[in-house]
Design a protein around this ligand. Structure first.
Ligand code: ADP
Ligand code: MG
Length: 149
């Protein structure tokens, strides 16, 4: 399944993230593809809202993973920018997080493509102008909730 969107402001991108968050019913993995400044963190902040998480949320560039707890499902927000080996992945507990009943969100998923579950939902964000982003949400798995975005 593949769904395409275009957003014209950070707010619209966050709103799309929020709609996806609201559609999520259970455990899933979301993997971003997109350059620095594409809007991955912006989308994730909206997603957290859609999962009814209203606390603080920051891009985890320095922490590798941030946990947002207290919403409908726990959110595990990874930034894999500095992950260069599977050993690194084990040390941050990535595989343990995947087994939890939560939403695992992966920025810089390109760095860990071999470790992503087969039903991962990919969110590809391409810069199409100063404030314009093309966003493709796609999955090979059985992810019916995507129809509700
Ligand atoms: P990433 O996490 O992919 O590095 P961020 O979400 O941190 O990117 O930052 C995206 C940047 O792009 C922000 O400065 C934001 O204001 C800007 N921006 C401009 N237009 C958009 C848009 N349509 N969607 C998302 N971000 C946008
Ligand atoms: Mg980011």
């Amino acid at each position: 399944m593949e769904i395409k969107f275009t957003t014209c402001s950070p707010k619209e991108t966050a709103n799309l993230g929020e709609r996806l968050g609201r559609a999520i019913k259970g455990k899933c993995t979301l993997a971003f593809l997109g350059d620095l400044g594409a809007g991955k963190t912006c989308f994730t902040l909206g997603l957290a809202k859609g999962l009814e998480y209203f606390g603080e949320a920051n891009s985890p560039t320095f922490a590798i993973v941030n946990e947002y707890l207290g919403g409908r499902l726990p959110i595990y927000h990874f930034d894999m920018y500095r992950i260069t080996s599977e050993d690194d992945l084990y040390s941050v507990g990535f595989y343990d997080y995947l087994e939890q009943n939560g939403v695992t969100v992966v920025e810089w998923s390109e760095n860990v493509d071999y470790a992503l579950p087969p039903d991962t939902v990919f969110i590809e964000i391409t810069v199409a102008g100063e404030s314009k982003r093309n966003i493709v949400i796609k999955s090979n798995g059985d992810n019916d909730f995507l129809k509700e975005i």
